[in-house]
Design a protein around this ligand. Sequence first.
Ligand code: SF4
Ligand code: SF4
Length: 589
Amino acid sequence: MTRVAVVKKEKCNPKACGDYLCVRMCPINRTGKECITKNPIDKKIVIDEKLCTGCNICVNRCPFEAISIVNLPEKLDQDPIIRFGQNTFELFSLPIPKHNKVVGILGKNGIGKSTALSILSNQFKPNFGNFKNPPLEKDITHRFSNSELGDFLKNLYENKIKISYKPQRIELLPQYYKGKVKDLIEKVDEKKISERLINELQLNNVLNRDISELSGGELQRLAILACLAKKAQFYFIDEPASFLDVTQRIKAARLIKELSKDSAVIVVEHDLATLDYISDELQIVYGVPAVYGIFSQTKSTRRGINEYLDGYLPDDNVRFRDYKIKFSEAAFSRDVQKEIEYEYPAFNKEFNDFILKVSEGKLHKGEVLAIMGANGLGKTTFLKILAGLETPTNGNVEKVKVSYKPQYIQSFDGTVEEVLRKTAKLDFESGWYKQNILEKLNLHSIMKNEVKNLSGGELQKLFVALALSTDAKIIALDEPSAFVDVEDRLKVAEVIKEFTIKKEVATIVVDHDVQFIDYLADSMLVFEGVPGKEGFVLSPLDKRTGMNKVLKLLDITYRRDKENNRPRINKPGSQLDELQREKGEYYYS
Ligand code: SF4
Ligand code: SF4
């Protein structure tokens, strides 16, 4: 384990300690290297992680206990639970399912969350790193004997327990299940609760549809229904919030909590508000994406999420990120130069059983226009009409070049570098492109990877980069946060925003993650109506008005966590919920 010194800036008082005592005492500084330096801006100290040897001298000399020693994550010095081949990803521990509890799992993409669920649902077996001669089931259970996990695996291999599993990549479901929605529901309804679930998950309108015709939100709700309708003692649910609107996320979370009573549930989720709402306890996964992953001890949900955002796990004394993630409380808005890039007229689009009515609006240069609203109100249709992929029934929408990222992304042949080079052309070689798109989205580290081998989060970031690499003055992105982890969501938002400002393009983003939209949006379009029947949208609103309007429609208020301002869903009818509704402040306090 690498040990390094870290400073608590609020305690550091250089004038009172004898003018940077630690700087003078550090043995590395004495050799002429700069292990501890003074920050010219706040005058506090900065410790270089690479030079620090963790010798403890500064810790003992600082009179204000401003310095402490922490461990940096390193691969554990033991056999992994699983390794798929030479120099491939290693997982060092597993989450522990707990009876009568929902255990939430939080961690970066590529850190082993889905692999762990696959092991617990018997799709893979632990091999303890021996991928050439994997151990027998009896050897596996012997390795875990006298532990909760050992009992679980023994029962699993002896078919004494039943698992119900919802996979992450629900857009792949049509490849495995053919036929009508109602036929699949009939097949999986072991608890005979499908009628209730169909109503609660609003699947009535799609029962006679072929599974291959479902939207992502409908597929997600069908997958949740199929998972909860099975009789099982263990429910493993991988990313239930993707493609669902905020109300559907809460509904799904309530159903998962209620219908899994008397069983053990594990939920992997990147949407912090949903994870916070659904989990009784939390385990964090840390390590190095695509290299190794370790599950932390179990924590209370609030503490776990806050420690994750801090990047430091006090119980394990491990710092896995060198910065804290914080959110702003106020509705921060930029002054956008109101130069119009594009004006669209009022238009309608009619389908057999759905009509979308749009009022005229303007897109401005350097502005991000965010679109929010319940699913089934025509947000994607609106984007497709602007992108020229659908034609309106009434209204003359001028054809302009739009770079469009669809909601459902599918992999294709070629390496990441090949497809980016082809799309970005000369820009690919520019320093700005490399630094502000490839590095910030961490695509530079997977340049040689085949697109078809990317994880959901990596594929999403590649599609965002491709949309920003296409020569167009209007960028339209449909759900760019889906499958992307907490840290990367903020980076994706930053990249889109900076690109919009620097290139003076007009960007439209549809998404359901309120934090993501809050960070990204300059103005908002709010979709209203009756899902699946009628959708309408008035002209763009400022961000605060738009956020209040959409959350009022969705009937949800958020409060802020005192430590880091992260938005938390209020319990309906709680004092805060009622107070905020009265004031009309559904998100910003
Ligand atoms: Fe002084 Fe402690 Fe700050 Fe170092 S960390 S400058 S010893 S107060
Ligand atoms: Fe320097 Fe030792 Fe403190 Fe590291 S722990 S900053 S090497 S004095």
